[in-house]
Ligand binder design. Structure first.
Ligand code: ADP
Length: 236
């Protein structure tokens, strides 16, 4: 379980996250939705200690992320909006191996994890392909594989569909469905609910740094402040 208690984060005068308390169960599919600037990215970056809480606490599977950021990170995989910014190697296999290598695992275990992560995103046999020659959708899947190779309990994806066309989007969604079926908890930050609301079992709606809406997507989407009414109609 992820436990967030009284989390507050500021940038100078701006209160980006304002006293958030929320628990996120294992194995669920959660959407974090809200207008630009509502605090979504700042919130999720605290979940794996990319940002340290100024006030409040974040615990992942009983580990306080401030006390032990490395252990906490091992349980939460992050995939960023621009996967390109996340790659550290030239080829798919080397990139996906980077995380497990840094955990100090032996070669055999690293290879096993890379193979299994690439299988999970349908990129098996592609380890030697150059990342800069891949399509946007393939790059998104490499970024997911990199996070999966850490064998996390949760995967957090911040606007993972930016710049993807519909087939690529569907391919990433299929991977997420498969992962969830295998027990990985999924958190997706998005402003685009189109084909996500039916997959997710919970929607956290953010506004001005707070979670103002929390419930099953179909039931709560129209309570979201500032959300485009056409989006809500599409959900019915
Ligand atoms: P969202 O992901 O919902 O767009 P963010 O977490 O990025 O929201 O931003 C929340 C608030 O914090 C916004 O007012 C934004 O302008 C501000 N903010 C975010 N990152 C920074 C930063 N690095 N420096 C200063 N202000 C920031």
């Amino acid at each position: 379980m992820i436990r967030v208690e009284n989390l507050t984060a500021t940038y100078g005068e701006v209160i980006a996250v304002d006293d958030i308390s929320v628990n996120i169960d294992d194995g669920g599919f959660v959407l974090v939705v809200g207008a630009n600037g509502s605090g979504k990215t700042t919130f999720v970056r605290h979940l794996n200690a990319l940002l340290e809480p100024e006030e409040g606490t974040v615990e992942v599977d009983g580990i306080d992320v401030t006390a032990d950021p490395i252990a906490a990170r091992a349980n939460i995989g992050m995939v960023f909006q621009q996967p390109r910014d996340q790659f550290v190697a030239a080829t798919i296999g080397a990139d996906v191996a980077f995380g497990p290598e840094n955990l100090g695992l032996d070669r055999e275990e690293v290879d096993r994890r890379v193979e299994s992560a690439l299988q999970a995103v349908n990129l098996d046999g592609r380890a030697n392909d150059r990342i800069d020659e891949l399509s946007g959708g393939e790059q998104a899947r490499v970024a997911i594989a990199g996070a999966l190779a850490m064998e996390p309990s949760y995967l957090v994806l911040d606007e993972p569909f930016t710049g993807l066309d519909q087939p690529a989007r569907e391919s990433v969604l299929d991977q997420l469905d498969a992962l969830q079926a295998d027990g990985t908890g999924i958190l997706v930050v998005t402003h685009d609910l189109r084909d996500l609301h039916s997959r997710a079992d919970r929607l956290l709606g953010m506004h001005d740094g707070r979670i103002v809406v929390d419930g099953p997507p179909r039931e709560v989407a129209e309570e979201l402040p500032g959300i485009d009414v056409r989006v809500v109609e599409g959900l019915r």
